[in-house]
Ligand binder design. Structure first.
Ligand SMILES: *Cc1c(COP(=O)(O)O)cnc(C)c1O
Length: 375
């Protein structure tokens, strides 16, 4: 097998044809309007409403501040039930809003919060659930909705990974009270940095749009204590151009994922996720689980060994939130066997549209060879 001459990273940001972006930049120069609800910002927001199939959307400078704003907008107190298997942003947003995160174990089949285990964690202090659609695979949104109704809880989805995902033809941003999509450069769709909140209740819009602009409602009117999290015109221009290519990006990834699944299926000790019934996936990530006993080495060793082949994978999500130094006080309070097992065995392999089928074949033969050398 021939090694990769150039390192293959776990992801590579999509860049549109430069002339298309330049065209949008010319509009910025013509308008001399750089931020604060510019023309391109407003156009991009409308496009997102349409593409995501949601009633309302609000743009943000990044996904994290969008998530904090979503949580703030619900005026919550006390405890919020969430997942320990996520990017650190989810938990930081909850804690930065003065709330206590309560960690629920995850499902072994989707790595999402286990809806069957949520109710055991509800107390009189619980006010919301913040689930994450991990790797873009939908949570059990119907069960979560039932639980939320029964206990009068708000639901805010961290949909950072789930741009473009649909459940039975319905945009995933229609579930829960609010959903947050990240448009960071490393995500399946991006506006350099960026975030968008989607919701169906129009009265959230006034709080959300005020809050992200210091709470300023008029030249002499400061209605509430907000932050600055506005998306600027340069970001909106990138988003506006990139959205023309997002379906193509997803289609190419879909093909590559098909090749990965086919080539990895016979390697002992490697588990892949399959498509879910009724779901339009976005193939944002390609996670595998490495079973030490049957594969012959553990996840950490495979991660290291693949580097020798110039293949750079990512332990995502690892460590678990409860094992991070800043959340270590939570560590002993929770029993999270499934989340622990997944975090210790998960590895995301390279996936982005500019990879070729040939590249995927090489990555898979490297994994096969490593396995064979051990057995
Ligand atoms: C990327 C990400 C975020 C944060 O989004 P940014 O746009 O990078 O601020 C939050 N949650 C999850 C699960 C993410 O992957």
């Amino acid at each position: 097998m021939e090694n990769f001459k150039e390192p293959i990273m776990v992801t590579k940001s999509f860049l549109p044809p430069l002339n298309e972006y330049m065209k949008e930049l010319e509009r910025i120069w013509d308008n001399s309007w750089l931020t604060n609800n510019g023309e391109i910002h407003n156009e991009f927001e409308k496009n997102l409403v349409q593409y995501l199939g949601v009633p309302y959307a609000s743009l943000f400078v990044n996904g994290h501040l969008a998530l904090e704003t979503a949580i703030k907008s619900q005026h919550l107190t006390g405890q919020v039930i969430t997942t320990p298997f996520t990017f650190t942003s989810t938990t930081h947003a909850i804690v930065n809003c003065g709330l206590e995160p309560i960690f629920c174990d995850i499902e072994p089949s989707t790595y999402n919060i286990d809806a069957q285990k949520i109710e055991d964690l509800i107390t009189e202090k619980t006010t919301a659930i913040v689930p994450v659609h991990v790797f873009g695979n939908p949570c059990d949104v119907f069960e979560i909705e039932k639980i939320a109704k029964r206990h009068n809880l708000k639901v805010i989805y961290d949909a950072a990974h789930a741009f473009g995902v649909e459940i039975n033809g319905v945009g995933i941003g229609n579930y829960g009270d609010i959903s947050m999509f990240s448009m960071h450069a490393t995500k399946v769709f991006h506006s350099i940095e960026g975030g968008v909140l989607t919701y169906s209740d129009n009265h959230h819009k006034s709080f959300i749009d005020l809050y992200k602009n210091f709470g300023i409602s008029g030249p002499e009117d400061i209605e509430l204590i907000g932050i600055n999290a506005k998306m600027n015109e340069f970001q909106a221009a990138m988003g506006l151009v990139n959205i023309r290519y997002v379906e193509n990006e997803i289609a190419k990834r879909r093909e590559l994922v098909g090749v990965y699944r086919y080539l990895l299926k016979d390697i002992k000790g490697i588990t892949v996720l399959e498509d879910m019934v009724g779901i339009k996936h976005n193939y944002a990530y390609f996670p595998i689980l490495v079973d030490e006993e049957s594969f012959g080495m553990n996840r950490n060793e495979l991660h290291e060994t693949l580097k020798e082949y110039n293949i750079f994978t990512r332990k995502y999500f690892y460590p678990l939130i409860t094992n991070m130094e800043c959340y270590s006080s939570y560590k002993t309070r929770y029993n999270l066997p499934v989340a622990e097992r997944i975090a210790n065995s998960v590895l995301t392999l390279p996936i982005y549209s500019r990879l070729s089928v040939d590249d995927i074949e090489k990555i898979c033969s490297a994994i096969k060879k490593i396995h064979q050398n051990l057995n």
